[in-house]
Write a protein that binds this ligand. Structure first.
Ligand SMILES: [Zn+2]
Length: 278
């Protein structure tokens, strides 16, 4: 599933090819995505002025609003020209005045495309989102404040989009390892100091994934490949039963909120949180 770093890499990858271009036409081959795709006539001939990311949504901003795109479970975007053959699952083309086409490919069709006029942030998909993990407001104090009275496991707390957006399962596992916090600890029991470390670790794990994604940017234009998702070097995720990179203890796994959770029993404590390297 495209996670926040892949979405951010997509944003950077398509930005130079789409911003400043006028949207002259579109073709919806299959409107049956997560919500039916309908684009209003007023969108025609509008120029894309900027592309932002909010959580895992791409916002292609125009003069009167924004196209709000989500890649769902399996979506990807590429910039092609009209000579590139349409593949199965290429559900939408956005056609620009320079001949470029932004093409949405989504085999499982959990993605979505909406157009929302100003104020774009009032759209139902965006209105209730928590804060951005890479934004200025995400820090230990924010986490500690929201954790007050919360008995839920800290890993589930961290993956709750009302607390902070875009921290998917892989990144939650990795950040908790780096912060030396056991994923099962109740959110309310994590100290402010440990939350400060955790906020730094979340930022670092996301930023390093985004940096790694920079090397795949060329895949967004032409070519046949889908954007490759990042083979980030992972410390715990997918490594249950293997040895901890820091202490050689055997990594353990359990399920939290139906999601695979892997941790080091020695490096990740339930109290007296010990910082690893982040
Ligand atoms: Zn360890």
């Amino acid at each position: 599933m495209p996670e926040l770093p892949e979405v951010e890499t997509t944003r950077r990858g398509i930005e130079d090819h789409v911003v400043g271009r006028r949207l002259v036409d579109w073709e919806i081959r299959n409107a049956a995505l997560r919500w039916p795709v309908e684009l209003p006539g007023e969108l025609r001939n509008q120029t894309i002025v900027r592309i932002d990311r909010r959580a895992k949504y791409l916002l292609l901003r125009t003069e009167t609003g924004a196209l709000i795109m989500h890649l769902g479970m399996s979506g990807s975007l590429r910039v092609v020209d009209s000579s590139v053959a349409v593949r199965k699952h290429d559900h939408l083309d956005l056609c620009f005045d320079d001949g470029g086409i932004l093409r949405l490919h989504d085999p499982r069709r959990f993605g979505s495309v909406h157009f929302q006029t100003h104020p774009v942030e009032a759209h139902f998909l965006l209105a209730k989102l928590g804060i951005e993990p890479l934004g200025p407001d995400f820090n230990g104090a924010h986490l500690k404040r929201l954790a007050k009275g919360k008995r839920v496991a800290v890993k589930n707390f961290l993956m709750n989009g009302h607390v902070v957006v875009g921290v998917g399962n892989i990144y939650a596992n990795e950040a908790l390892f780096m912060a030396g916090i056991r994923p099962t600890v109740q959110a309310q029991q994590v100290t402010l100091a440990a939350y400060e470390v955790l906020a730094d670790c979340v930022r670092n794990v996301l930023n390093s994934a985004i940096q790694m994604g920079g090397t795949t940017l060329r895949d967004y234009v032409g070519g046949s490949g889908d954007p490759g998702y990042f083979k980030q070097s992972l410390n715990v995720y997918g490594r249950e039963g293997e040895l901890c990179n820091l202490c050689d203890s055997e990594l353990r796994s359990l399920r939290l909120g139906q999601r695979a959770t892997v941790y080091c029993p020695k490096c990740q404590q339930s109290r007296g949180f010990r910082k690893n390297e982040c």
